[in-house]
Design a protein around this ligand. Structure first.
Ligand code: ADP
Length: 540
């Protein structure tokens, strides 16, 4: 027997209609590329989204067609998110920090018909234009007054909107229709496209907003530092409209000073970003003796949040850290570390230790760990194995079936190695390709990095496996020192003593001026492994 409830498809446009109707005067504030602050409301945004949908229709954009952006976090980017998906086309956010060859590959692979870009990226557009034959138009996200001179024929965003009425009815169609596309940064091989649907996006937006996830509500003011081209800014645009919170978009200025000023000016209560951006912010605050007056929580994920950063946010600044784990293939949220009732009596040290883990799943995500033979491993907090996931917002395969079927018995292999404890808290010990294999045993590079950055002289640290004649691989610690700080190899190794098993001790320490990062701000270990390919360990 079927239930007798209305069968209404889950549509992205419904989020915006809801925000307009119920939170019409809640603000969306943006720091713009042209300079200055732009302010309007969900109601005004909805009106402009309808104009944009008409403009896209006038340009001939068809359902299913890919429309791309090369843009910072800002109100026009927000409008494109909702107008493109809302009309039935596919919103493709491109990460402008990728290498030019990767950008060319992505635009052609996605067959983007229009590319909307912030003025910052005009040089990129000029480099891409001759190499992207399928692109019918390049739209500068600005007004007539700021239109640049270019050898590429450009369309002007505000003119496209001005030419249209805001009379537009959002179409209703199958909720499984593709809504947006995001390529994984592909540290090896070509990037692969993850194609989200209206249904997966809405379910994920609900999940992400839950109290034990991002905990977003109509009383929040949320500033996503995480870019809208990095897995949909972790759902903040969607969960923002779903909850009706105020949103603050930081535009291109993501340095500590700019972000701090915006936090204070707009009274931000919740933020989200990768650990590297927070390093800049915390350094700025420390140098200038600053405090947060409204920030209460921040989501940190994308790579492991060093315990020293968690302690700094919580103990020095009173900001709760929500350590989160996910991936492009998971929309992205998988787990978040929040406490349970039974943790109330825990000591501060015990609570913090729990926060070093990546957390427990949000309903909608199932996970398990398996050994190399595919056998389930126990949830005891010590056994570690390949982390597998499944759920309605997890990919079933890449765009254009690139790479074949990624699933194993219906589960998606994350490429991460993890433990899960009896309470369901998962801890990433490594990416399967970064784990250091020494004499048949595994050493977690993340653990060694986390300990290194707790040393007062260390700004950033990476640990990689270097070839060793006896042990296959041994750990090498690579360190960037803090400005004006002094520390020796011996002091750093001494710092590990008593904190790790003896055989985990790095065999050597290399000091460098900077570490390479991926387009999403993670350590680029493939590059480090190349750079240190022929490195001779003193023990070898
Ligand atoms: P890209 O590396 O292309 O940006 P993703 O953003 O999808 O791709 O990266 C997902 C990966 O990032 C995960 O599989 C995991 O290895 C790593 N990751 C994400 N969050 C965390 C975290 N909190 N701790 C450790 N690793 C993380």
């Amino acid at each position: 027997m079927h239930g007798l409830m209305m069968n209404m498809p889950l549509m992205i446009s419904a989020l915006l209609k809801h925000a307009d109707q119920n939170h019409g005067d809640a603000e969306i504030v943006s720091r713009t590329v042209e300079g200055g602050i732009h302010r309007y409301t969900y109601r005004a945004a909805h009106q402009r989204c309808r104009r944009l949908a008409n403009a896209l229709r006038a340009l001939g954009v068809q359902p299913g067609e890919r429309v791309a952006t090369l843009a910072w976090n800002g109100y026009r980017h927000f409008e494109i998110y909702f107008a493109v998906s809302g009309m039935g086309a596919v919103m493709h956010t491109i990460n402008p920090r990728l290498f030019p060859e990767q950008l060319v590959y992505i635009v052609n692979h996605a067959e983007d018909s229009y590319v909307f870009f912030d003025l910052t990226f005009l040089p990129l557009v000029e480099a891409l234009a001759d190499k992207s034959p399928k692109v019918k138009g390049w739209v500068a996200m600005t007004d007539r007054e700021h239109m640049p001179q270019s050898k590429v024929k450009l369309l002007c965003y505000e003119e496209l909107l001005a030419a249209q009425s805001d009379d537009y009815e959002w179409p209703v169609f199958d909720e499984n229709t593709a809504s947006s596309l995001c390529y994984t940064s592909g540290t090896t091989g070509n990037p692969k496209g993850v194609l989200y649907s209206h249904r997966s996006t809405i379910l994920h937006a609900y999940g992400a907003a839950l109290p034990d996830a991002l905990n977003m509500s109509a009383r929040d003011c949320v500033l996503p530092v995480v870019p809208m081209f990095h897995v949909n800014a972790w759902s903040i645009p969607y969960s923002g409209a779903l909850t009706g919170c105020k949103i603050v978009f930081p535009g291109p200025q993501l340095d500590g000073k700019s972000v701090y000023e915006l936090f204070e000016q707009e009274k931000v209560s919740l933020s989200a970003g990768v650990p590297t951006v927070w390093m800049g912010l915390l350094a700025h605050m420390k140098q200038n003796g600053l405090r947060f007056s409204t920030l209460k929580r921040t989501v940190i994920g994308g790579s492991a949040c060093p315990p020293a950063m968690i302690r700094s946010f919580q103990d020095e600044y009173g900001v709760q850290v929500l350590h989160a784990w996910g991936m492009t293939e998971m929309s992205p949220l998988g787990t978040v570390t929040t406490f349970k009732l039974k943790h109330d009596g825990m000591s501060k040290a015990e609570r913090e230790a729990l926060q070093y883990k990546q957390g427990r799943v949000i309903f909608g995500v199932e996970m398990k760990i398996v050994d190399d033979g595919g056998k389930d491993l126990p949830w005891d907090g010590t056994a570690f194995g390949n982390l597998m996931v499944r759920g309605p917002w997890i990919t079933s395969g890449y765009f254009k079936a690139e790479g074949g079927n990624p699933l194993k018995d219906g589960w998606f292999p994350t490429g991460d190695v993890a433990t899960i404890d009896a309470d369901g808290y998962m801890q990433i010990t490594d990416r399967s390709k970064d784990v250091i294999k020494s004499g048949g045993e595994w050493i977690s590079s993340i653990d060694l990095e986390n300990l290194a950055v707790a040393h007062p002289a260390v700004q950033e640290a990476a640990v990689i496996g270097v070839r060793h004649p006896k042990w296959d691989e041994r750990p090498l610690l690579i360190v960037v020192k803090k400005k004006d700080a002094q520390v020796t190899k011996e002091e750093l190794l001494k710092f590990y003593e008593g904190k790790i098993a003896k055989w985990w001790m790095p065999d050597d320490v290399a000091f460098v001026d900077s570490l390479p990062h991926t387009a999403t701000g993670k350590l680029l270990k493939t590059k480090l492994r190349e750079d240190f390919l022929n490195y001779k360990l003193p023990s070898a």
